[in-house]
Design a protein around this ligand. Structure first.
Ligand SMILES: [Zn+2]
Length: 87
C-alpha cells in the first residue's frame, strides 16, 4: 500500500484528455514519444496539418502542437550523406 508520493512525479488528474482514440489497440498518447504514430482523424493538406486521434496537431514540417499547449519544434529527418557542392 502506497502512502507517500515522494517519487517526484507530477500528476494532474484534473487535466481532461478528450477520449478521441477509438482504435484497438489504442494509439500512443500525446505524452508518448511515439505520438506521431497515432491515426490522423482529419487532414488538411492545403493548410498543412493533421489532427491525430490522440489530440496532437501534426504539421507537415513535422512540428507538433500538443493538446496541453506545448509546441514541439519541427524535427524533419535530414538526408544523411548529402553533399552540397559550391555553385
Ligand atoms: Zn487512435
Amino acid at each position: 500500500m502506497e502512502s507517500t508520493s515522494a517519487d517526484g512525479e507530477t500528476y494532474t488528474p484534473q487535466r481532461k484528455t478528450p477520449k478521441m482514440c477509438q482504435h484497438q489497440p489504442p494509439c500512443p498518447t500525446a505524452e508518448s514519444a511515439d505520438r506521431e504514430a497515432a491515426q490522423p482523424l482529419v487532414h488538411f493538406p492545403e493548410q498543412g496539418w493533421s489532427l491525430l486521434c490522440n489530440g496532437v496537431l501534426l504539421f507537415e514540417d513535422t512540428g507538433e502542437l500538443l493538446p496541453d499547449g506545448r509546441v514541439i519544434a519541427p524535427h524533419r529527418p535530414l538526408t544523411a550523406g548529402r553533399i552540397t557542392t559550391a555553385a
